[in-house]
Design a protein around this ligand. Structure first.
Ligand code: AMP
Length: 147
């Protein structure tokens, strides 16, 4: 397993990220590999409030929300000791963008969280499954509890 030089950690901004990130970090340290992280924005970030999700009407709000999302990724990168140049945030379809970035960076291992084969994922597909089937490199799926 010591041939992995470039690892891509995928982050969805949920309570599951920590478990996935910890394993990716440990592995990268053990193998002395470069660790990159990616979060794909697949919708317009909107704030949740006690009375529901607020749809911002002024243009600046959207920029502020995007900045907040970038801040989240920067913080996670910081905690993991990953340089800013190795933190990636892109718009699009998560599985497509993860696979494309992996090719671009010559990633040899993608790390994803896996919620297992719960019924909804089987019907609708899941990021983990699509990445596993379509990636051109190895994929490590970290089993997530509390699906
Ligand atoms: P899912 O299969 O969609 O339930 O997501 C499982 C895993 O896919 C997450 O734990 C992340 O590792 C990855 N993932 C899901 N959505 C995203 C996203 N928007 N950006 C980056 N990674 C993601």
């Amino acid at each position: 397993m010591n041939n992995y030089k470039n690892i891509l950690l995928t982050i969805e901004f949920s309570e599951h990220d920590e478990a996935v990130a910890e394993k990716a970090k440990d592995l990268a340290e053990q193998l002395k590999a470069q660790l990159h992280i990616i979060h794909v924005l697949d919708n317009i970030p909107m704030p949740d409030t006690p009375y529901g999700t607020v749809i911002p009407l002024d243009e600046n709000t959207h920029d502020k929300l995007l900045e907040a999302e970038k801040g989240k990724l920067r913080r996670i990168g910081n905690q993991l000791g990953i340089a800013l140049s190795q933190c990636w945030m892109v718009w699009g379809n998560p599985q497509e963008e993860i696979i494309q970035l992996a090719v671009k960076l010559q990633i040899d291992l993608i790390v994803v969280g896996s919620h297992g084969r719960h019924r909804l994922a089987v019907l609708m597909g899941s990021t983990a499954k699509d990445v596993l089937y379509r990636a051109q490199c190895d994929v490590l799926a970290i089993h997530l509890k509390n699906t």
